[in-house]
Design a binder for this molecule. Structure first.
Ligand code: PEP
Length: 269
């Protein structure tokens, strides 16, 4: 099972996560994974995580049989383990289905399903309690950026999302900086914009949860209109430890190219 290790500044590890969102029927899911496997050699130093919809997790797990290069993630969870919560999926269920990771606090969940930082914090804790690595998403909307509130918003989301966690727990999570205005718009953040926010998130993490030398630190991914064209530049930048990919991960050719960009970055380092 994939263990989160130190960020690329120390071991050059890059993480590429594909968020399928509400896409792919079973036959399509199997086809996508089979093609992706054909196109993607396992290269040390790059970890790949697939987040299919709940209905396809089992089929994807079967299609991944015999490969330990690809990890599985849920796209969300509910913080209770079991019980009368119709429609929800819990951390033990995701573990039982073969997931090692879970996306939490995606902006689409905040926007369309009213998720707030308090609930997101409960989800992060539930994931950690059940040995799932949370991928905590933070990011500002366009009006927030234009009002100069980016730092305030992402700092609040980060600190509230991780409230009450100890150093070891923070070493088991990933953060994804996903500016809301860049998601699904074809307008990715520039390297400078991503670096500025991700450097800040890195500083806050370091100042709030000190790590002993050699201990794992928290990878910070960038998400928002990552494509085969811009992946190399983004992944090469100092504070970007990987990518959370939406639209482009639905096309195996495009997603494989993004993974190859990460592999090239790691090989060149
Ligand atoms: C996402 O939904 O997390 C995402 C980054 O989407 P896209 O790559 O399509 O912008």
């Amino acid at each position: 099972m994939f263990q989160i290790e130190a960020v690329k500044s120390s071991v050059q590890r890059l993480i590429i996560v594909g968020n399928w969102k509400m896409n792919k029927l079973l036959a399509e899911a199997r086809q996508l994974v089979s093609r992706l496997r054909e196109l993607t050699p396992a290269v040390p130093g790059v970890q790949v995580v697939l987040a299919p919809p709940f209905t396809a997790i089992h089929a994807v797990k079967e299609a991944l049989a015999g490969s330990d290069y690809f990890n599985l993630a849920g796209q969300d969870l509910y913080w209770e383990g079991y019980g009368p919560f119709t429609g929800e999926i819990s951390a033990p269920m995701l573990r039982d289905s073969g997931c090692s990771h879970v996306i939490i606090g995606h902006s689409e969940r905040r926007q369309h399903f009213g998720e707030d930082d308090q609930g997101i914090n409960k989800k992060v804790r539930a994931a950690l309690q059940h040995e799932l690595s949370p991928i905590l998403c933070v990011g500002e909307t366009l009006p927030e950026r234009e009002a100069g509130q980016t730092d305030t918003v992402v700092t609040r989301q980060l600190l509230r999302g991780l409230d009450g966690l100890n150093e070891a727990e923070v070493g088991r999570i990933m953060v994804a900086y996903e500016p809301v205005w860049a998601i699904g718009t074809g307008r990715a953040a520039t390297v400078e914009q991503a670096e500025a926010v991700q450097g800040r998130l890195r500083r806050i993490l370091r100042e709030t949860w000190s790590r002993a030398p050699g201990e794992p630190t928290t990878p910070i991914l960038y998400g928002g209109s990552v494509t085969p064209v811009n992946a190399g530049e983004l992944l090469n930048s100092k504070h970007v430890d990987g990518a959370l990919v939406g639209g482009a991960c639905l096309d195996p050719e495009a997603f494989a190219k993004i993974i190859q960009s990460a592999q090239t970055c790691v090989r060149a380092s």
